[in-house]
Design a protein around this ligand. Structure first.
Ligand SMILES: Cc1cc2nc3c(=O)[nH]c(=O)nc-3n(C[C@H](O)[C@H](O)[C@H](O)COP(=O)(O)OP(=O)(O)OC[C@H]3O[C@@H](n4cnc5c(N)ncnc54)[C@H](O)[C@@H]3O)c2cc1C
Length: 290
């Protein structure tokens, strides 16, 4: 593992906003994970795991942290329906590869990023749909300087939530996940993936965006609350709300972190019942803006 200094983060998130990481490393083995944690402790900086950056936005200055990416992405079939996937695996690729083998993860179609990011935020469909937790048997994590395996119950999953989001004292690095996936005819799975992707193309943006920005509140989709409050036109500097879907921010190319923060604040102020921010807004000191 090589620890690099002053590495640009802009191209490492789908929003294409962000300054540089004071320290950056790609982790391909469990030893790398242990060494990275040790390094961050020695330098007294936070360690920030980054997956595909599709739910993350970094401040424009220098992030005083060690930003790490898990590059390990092996998929190991453990028995006929159960498999262990390393956290760096790209989720859309996994869904497509499994479809060919007759294993159906199609309900997660259209979710960008890595398996690690999906487990962290229990990615999936809306509040009443299917989330990744319904396939998870266990998750292997490095936390508090030791390796631990959490079974599904211990992960404390709920809508866009997991125990990993709340282990603030010892932020976990998710290394791998064991999934149990139902079988289905490959042709049917592939048709379903195609249908869901088409639906996404029609209803969601897919350039210079990260999402979702807000969590659904009390079962009402965030986009609907934003629409109802007449906030769909919200814009600040180079960041505006997507015309296609009000829960996505778009960077027109010149957008900054502060622009995105202002858009979020305007929306929060305009919706008195409150909206929880789902996207990870990471400030220069490595802490979260919201
Ligand atoms: C067009 C579009 C559509 C989307 N549709 C959906 C959707 O339908 N459903 C949905 O749930 N999400 C959706 N998202 C959001 C996003 O794709 C998911 O949140 C995804 O799971 C994030 O994965 P990532 O690897 O990009 O995470 P990142 O943005 O890189 O990271 C997100 C968080 O996870 C943490 N993390 C990442 N990897 C690890 C790891 N190995 N160990 C510990 N922590 C880690 C990071 O520290 C960060 O806090 C969409 C995004 C876009 C842009």
């Amino acid at each position: 593992m090589k620890i690099q200094e002053n590495v640009s983060l802009k191209g490492k998130t789908t929003m294409r906003i962000g300054g540089s990481a004071k320290y950056y490393a790609e982790l391909s083995s469990k030893e790398d994970v242990e060494r990275a944690v040790e390094f961050a402790q020695q330098k007294n900086v936070p360690l920030i795991p980054l997956g595909g950056g599709s739910n993350t936005i970094f401040a424009n200055g220098e992030i005083n942290a060690l930003v790490v990416r898990i590059t390990a992405s092996d998929v190991r079939i453990t028995n006929h329906e159960s498999l262990t996937v390393e956290a760096g695996k790209n989720l859309p690729m996994l869904i497509n590869e499994l479809a060919k083998q007759g294993l159906d993860l199609s309900p997660l179609t259209g979710i960008l990023g890595t398996v690690g990011g999906a487990v962290f935020g229990n990615a999936g469909q809306g509040p009443n749909g299917i989330w990744i937790d319904s396939y998870i048997e266990s998750v292997e994590v490095f936390t508090d300087s030791e390796w631990k395996v959490y079974n599904n119950d211990e992960c404390d999953f709920s809508y866009r939530e997991s125990v990993f989001k709340n282990l603030q004292k010892a932020p976990p690095i998710i290394w791998s996940v064991t999934l149990a996936i139902p079988k289905r005819d490959p042709t049917e799975i592939e048709a379903e993936i195609k249908r869901l992707l088409q639906q996404r193309i029609e209803t969601q943006p897919h350039v210079k965006t990260a999402g979702s920005c807000f969590k659904a509140a009390g079962g009402t989709p965030a986009w609907q609350l934003i629409d109802n409050a007449g906030l769909r036109e919200t814009a600040h500097g180079g960041v505006h709300i997507s015309e296609k879907h009000a829960n996505f921010l778009i960077n027109d190319g010149e957008g900054t972190f502060d622009d995105a923060v202002q858009v979020v604040k305007t929306i929060e102020d305009g919706i008195p019942e409150g909206l929880e921010v789902e996207m990870r807004f990471i400030k220069e000191d490595g802490t979260l803006q919201f």
